[in-house]
Design a protein around this ligand. Structure first.
Ligand code: ADP
Length: 162
């Protein structure tokens, strides 16, 4: 029997409970889910690739069919290499739509055999983003409701080292 393998790509700077919600949903639909972390130097992430991988590992350790990888090539090429033909993206609010629609269109042009699938997080994560978590945390706000305790710790450490 063919097993289904999906890729959930992102920057995860850092991973939030919204990301984890999407991975959990995907892990129930597909046999295997690969969380693919883009090194994305152009976005100037506050956490290194290694730190982001470590934080994802800690946040998702209870999900047995999830694998965590990094990539720095074209996403569809990475997907082909991993023999995954499904891309998972999260859709929070209407404002996500425009960019995600463009991205899915481009990826379909580049690799017609790969399907993009959108999942909706639970309501309480619809307004959550890594950039807001970074901002709130760096200004000393409480982000305990938005990230795994380990991520909260890493954000505090980062702030104290500034
Ligand atoms: P990228 O740089 O690729 O946008 P992100 O880490 O910001 O990377 O997001 C990766 C994916 O996760 C995107 O599809 C994004 O819409 C989705 N996502 C981010 N935050 C949430 C959230 N709170 N709930 C659901 N999906 C989310």
């Amino acid at each position: 029997m063919m097993t289904s393998k999906a890729i959930y790509p992102g920057t995860f700077d850092p991973i939030t409970n919204g990301h984890s919600d999407i991975v959990t949903r995907a892990s129930k639909i597909f046999d295997r889910v690969i969380v693919a972390v883009a090194s994305n130097p152009s976005k100037k992430p506050i956490f290194t690739l290694e730190q982001r991988l470590d934080m994802i590992q800690k946040s998702l350790q209870d999900l047995p069919n999830v694998e965590i990888c990094s990539f720095n090539s074209l996403l569809v090429n990475f997907a082909q290499k991993k023999q995954a033909n499904i891309l998972v993206r999260g859709l929070r609010v209407v404002s996500d739509f425009e960019y995600e629609f463009q991205l899915a269109g481009m990826n379909r042009r580049l690799a017609p055999n790969i399907e993009t699938i959108f999942l909706r997080p639970a309501e309480q994560y619809a307004y959550l983003s890594s950039s807001l978590v970074r901002e709130v945390s760096l200004l000393g706000g409480d982000v305990s409701g938005f990230v795994h305790p380990y991520i909260q710790l890493k954000l505090t450490e980062l702030m104290n080292n500034k």
